[in-house]
Structure formats: structure tokens, C-alpha cells
Design a protein around this ligand. Structure first.
Ligand code: F6P
Length: 542
């Protein structure tokens, strides 16, 4: 939305901040008897509690006004209808269509993408089932191991979901190689049998240097045991670049395509999900899509005040722009969500880590925060100290299931108790009086401040019954829409990623310089520090 309009809303919100600064969260709970119910939403599968934020009905009303003025509903409609909202790349943004199923045509450049999607999905499902059943084999070997080679959005979605949905994994073992550091390929393939290993080369562009280098390495690795005639069967490609996949030598029957209107970080819903499909099977993957679809319907149909992703976004804006909090922690109390913070890091930071607005001017306001996190309870014994008593306030999202997939629920209750205790501790804190009372009768006044917790540290909590494919799909889609809403409010393009280009270009300039020492090159091209480090590389690599 225009910066001038944003400025008016932010000024009014800042007045609410001043008012609320004098009220603690416990005081808000005392004065609002229905606060826990009023500031939470049950969508039937996920329960979203946002009552532990320093917010009240008045400030919420102003935030909702901001969302209305930002024309979120219109922008949302444009995205779902296939409008070219990725305006710097002139592309539609239609990851939502990938999970929409049957319905009226969605036309992009004169083509009904629904037809393309269902055909591509059928092909991917069919192949995944053939791998799972052994119908697709490697000579006389059934596939025991699948290695997904991809990076960024072509890695993080599958890697996160395969770990999250372990109880549903009943196919071959799935492994991931992403880093160009040769250690990644080496350590991942150590112990695998080339005869029974399938490589899935996942790359939207099929030009990403790291993925191409690892794909070539996979060919070499296979060629030590497999005859050149048979190597082709060990490769599958997931890409929009059909020319490059053919050039790499992958049979056209094993190329699973998608389209430029699927952003890399939104591509788990496309053929990029193939390794997940192979792991959990097409029925479970369909459930994953259904979960996301139900989140899309919620986002489309619910009023702004009852809309989970809209509220997540507004609370984020409140924290980032009105309170100045520059980071946001994602804390899953679900060990299988161990890669969820990293997944959201790409989703959020590559989408909203920008400061140029739609009209090409510099944003006057802070945009996307730093996203980070780790599963609880591990994080409690590492960085939570800073969350409780550090000089910066970091809003947190807690995620937890009521039940685990394990038969004995004893651990789950401990886990849940810890999760609830952390958000409560962050909110309530512990006053000097309470500390003094606890220290009775040996009060050491010098120690009191060290044991005080200020409290009033904000958090959201998502609670669900169990981490199923449906729940996971829904969760991811809510975060996607949160990020979209924030991008609309900040007036930035959440769907390009120009910020990763410069580093890629410089790496390809530097690499030839590492090939041969004393090669004559124009040392003024790189800065003195970089030149020095290149020289040091040659000294150290002897
Ligand atoms: O470098 C960033 C990026 O373009 C991401 O947006 C993307 O997910 C990743 O690289 C991988 O790209 P590709 O799927 O084309 O290999």
C-alpha cells in the first residue's frame, strides 16, 4: 500500500502502543475476562491463540482497518485468479492452484492451468507409486534409496516435510543433498548402493550451480558401478526447463515439469514434492494438499477479523513496525518439525526481505524480520535465556500437538507442559517481589535483579491434535498467506528474489581465479580483502 497511507495507520497504532506500554499482559487478562477466547481462533483443525500479545480490541481494530485499506481482499483475489502480481518478473503466483483440485478454469496466458496441474499431478503420482511398489526398478534392483539433489525451495520443502511426516513414510529411504560442499554428497551417499539408488534432480531453472555440480557428481558416483547404458534409469528431473533436463540426458518420461508461476519457495505443492510423494505415497500427499486447500479456503472466505493468516500478518506488522522488534522465533514443540524454522526462513526472508516498493522507491518502514528457531525443548537449554532476559524482545510462535504418533503419551505431556510453561513464563515473568519472597529467609539483594523476569514478551501458539499430512499442509499454507498479506501492506513484491543474484555472479567470477595461482588477472576487479583471501587460499591449499 502507498507509504503515505501506511504512515497514517502507523501513527495511530503508535498511540495505541503508548497506551498499552503501561499495561502488562496479566493486567490485560484481568481486565478482559474473555480475552483467551476473544483472541484465539479454532478452525476445526488448528487452534490459534494470539492472546499473549500486547494487543487489545482497540489496537486490533486499527490493525484491521489497515488491512482493509491495504485492500488485502482485492490483492488476495488477484493472486488466486492468476493475476501477474510478481510484477518484476511479469509472472502469476499460483501455488494455490496446485492444491485447488477441480473447479472453474484458472487462465494464465490463455491456458487453463487446472488442466496442466491435474495432468502433471497424475504423472507424478503414477511414478511415485511405481517406485514404491517396485514396478519401476533399476534393472533387477528395486529402489531402496532416493536422493533428492536440489537447493533452496527445491530442497527445503521436501526435506522439511519428509522429516515432519516420518510416521507416514513407508517407501524407500529418502536422502537430500543440497550443499555444493562435497562433504554433503559424500556423507549422504556413504553406504548407499548405486545399483538401488535413484537420483531426483530438483531444480526449477536447472541452471543452479550447486545442483548442477551435485547432479554431475551423482553421474560419476554411479558410473563407478553402473554401466553407461543403464545410468539414465537412475535419474529423474523436476524442472520447468525441459531443454536443460534433456541436455543433461534425462529421459523425457522421467521429467516432471511445472511452471514459472510456481515460486521456488512455494514449490513443495508441485512436482518438486516428488520425493515426498515417494516417501508417504500419493494418498497421504493428497491429504497434504487438502490441508493446504482448506487453509486457502479459510483465507479466502473468513472475515479479516476471523482470518488466521491475516491476524498472523497484522500481529507481525504490529511487532515489526510499531514495537520495532526485528526478529521472530519459530519454536516447534514437535521434534519432527526440526526443519520447519529453516523452511520458514526461506519462505519469509526470501519473500519479504526487501526494501524497494512497487513504485521502485525505498520503503520508509522496516519489512521482513529475521526468522529463526529450533524445536523445543532443546532450544530451552540453549538460547531461551535470551528470549526471557535478553535486551531484545523476540516474538515467538509456539507449535505443538496434543498427541504424538508414539503409543506412550508420557513424553508428549512433558513436551506440552514445557511448551505451555515457556509462553506463560514469557508473558507473566517474575517480579522483584516474587523473587524476594522466593528467597526467604536468606535474601541476597544483589541477586534479586538477576532472577527477575520482566515478562510481557509476546507469543502466538498453534495447537493441533497430531502432526498429520493434512495439518502440515494447512500450517504451511497459513504461513504462506501471512507473508503475502505482509508483502501487500509493505507494498513490496514478495515473489521475486533479486537479492540472491549478485553473490551468484561474483562466485562464478571468483571460481576461475581459484584454479591456478599467479594467473594474471586484473586485481582491481575484486577488493583488496577478497584478493588477500584468494592469495591465502593458495598458501593454505599447498
Ligand atoms: O538462489 C535462490 C533460489 O533461486 C531460490 O529462490 C530457489 O528456491 C533456489 O535458488 C533453487 O533454484 P532452482 O530450483 O532453480 O535450482
Amino acid at each position: 500500500m502507498p507509504q503515505s497511507a501506511l504512515s497514517t495507520h502507523f501513527q495511530s497504532l503508535k498511540k495505541h502502543r503508548s497506551r498499552l506500554e503501561n499495561l502488562s499482559l496479566s493486567a490485560l487478562f484481568q481486565s478482559e475476562p474473555n480475552r483467551a477466547d476473544d483472541l484465539s481462533i479454532d478452525d476445526g483443525v488448528l487452534f490459534f491463540d494470539f492472546s499473549k500479545n500486547r494487543i487489545d480490541q482497540q489496537s486490533l481494530a486499527v490493525l484491521l482497518n489497515l488491512a482493509t485499506d491495504a485492500k488485502i481482499e482485492e490483492a488476495r483475489g488477484r493472486m488466486f485468479r492468476g493475476g501477474k502480481i510478481n510484477f518484476t518478473e511479469n509472472r502469476a503466483v499460483l501455488h494455490t492452484a496446485l492444491r485447488a483440485g477441480e473447479g472453474p478454469a484458472i487462465i494464465v496466458d490463455g491456458i487453463n492451468v487446472r488442466d496442466q496441474i491435474s495432468k502433471a499431478k497424475r504423472q507424478a503420482f503414477d511414478f511415485a507409486e511405481k517406485v514404491r511398489s517396485g514396478e519401476y526398478s533399476l534393472g533387477r534392483h528395486t529402489i531402496k534409496d532416493v536422493v533428492n539433489i536440489g537447493i533452496g525451495g527445491s530442497d527445503l520443502g521436501p526435506v522439511m516435510c519428509v522429516a515432519a511426516l516420518q510416521p507416514y513414510c513407508s517407501g524407500p529411504n529418502i536422502h537430500f543433498v543440497s550443499n555444493v560442499d562435497g562433504a554433503d554428497f559424500h556423507d549422504t551417499t556413504k553406504g548407499l548402493d548405486p545399483h538401488s539408488t535413484l537420483f531426483v534432480i530438483a531444480s526449477k531453472t536447472f541452471t543452479t550451480a550447486e545442483t548442477m555440480a551435485n547432479a554431475k557428481l551423482a553421474k560419476t558416483w554411479l558410473s563407478e558401478k553402473i554401466s553407461p547404458r543403464d545410468i539414465g534409469r537412475h535419474f529423474v528431473a523436476l524442472s520447468t526447463n525441459l531443454e536443460a533436463t534433456a541436455e543433461f540426458g534425462i529421459d523425457k518420461n522421467r521429467i516432471f515439469g511445472f511452471w514459472d508461476w510456481v515460486g521456488g519457495r512455494y514449490s513443495i505443492w508441485s512436482s518438486i514434492g516428488l520425493s515426498l510423494m515417494i516417501a508417504i505415497g500419493s494418498d497421504n500427499y493428497q491429504q497434504f494438499l487438502e490441508g493446504a486447500k482448506s487453509a486457502d479456503e479459510h483465507f479466502l472466505k473468513q472475515r479479516l477479523e476471523d482470518n488466521i493468516p491475516v491476524l498472523m500478518a497484522l500481529i507481525g506488522i504490529w511487532h515489526r513496525n510499531i514495537w520495532g522488534f526485528s526478529a521472530h522465533a519459530v519454536l516447534p514443540y514437535d521434534n519432527r518439525l526440526l526443519h520447519f524454522p529453516a523452511y520458514l526462513q526461506q519462505l519469509d526472508m526470501e519473500s519479504n526481505g526487501k526494501h524497494i516498493c512497487a513504485d521502485s522507491t525505498i520503503s520508509q518502514y522496516s519489512t521482513g524480520p529475521v526468522i529463526w528457531g529450533e524445536p523445543g525443548t532443546n532450544g530451552q537449554h540453549a538460547f531461551y535465556q535470551l528470549l526471557h532476559q535478553g535486551s531484545d524482545i523476540i516474538p515467538c510462535d509456539f507449535l505443538v500437538g496434543a498427541l504424538s504418533h508414539e503409543i506412550d503419551q508420557t513424553h508428549q505431556k512433558m513436551l506440552l507442559a514445557n511448551c505451555l510453561a515457556q509462553s506463560e513464563a514469557m508473558m507473566l515473568g517474575r517480579s522483584p517481589q516474587q523473587v524476594t519472597e522466593m528467597m526467604q529467609p536468606n535474601i541476597d539483594a544483589r541477586l534479586v535483579p538477576h532472577k527477575v523476569f520482566e515478562g510481557n514478551r509476546p507469543s502466538n501458539t498453534f495447537i493441533y491434535q497430531k502432526l498429520t499430512p493434512y495439518v502440515l499442509g494447512k500450517l504451511i499454507a497459513y504461513y504462506e498467506h501471512k507473508i503475502f498479506v505482509q508483502g501487500v501492506i509493505w507494498g513490496i513484491n514478495s515473489f521475486d528474489q533479486w537479492g540472491v543474484e549478485l553473490g551468484k555472479q561474483l562466485a562464478s567470477d571468483i571460481q576461475p581465479l581459484l584454479e591456478k595461482e599467479h594467473v594474471s588477472y586484473d586485481s582491481s576487479i575484486h577488493d583488496a580483502s577478497t584478493n588477500n583471501l584468494i592469495a591465502r587460499f593458495f598458501q593454505l591449499s599447498k
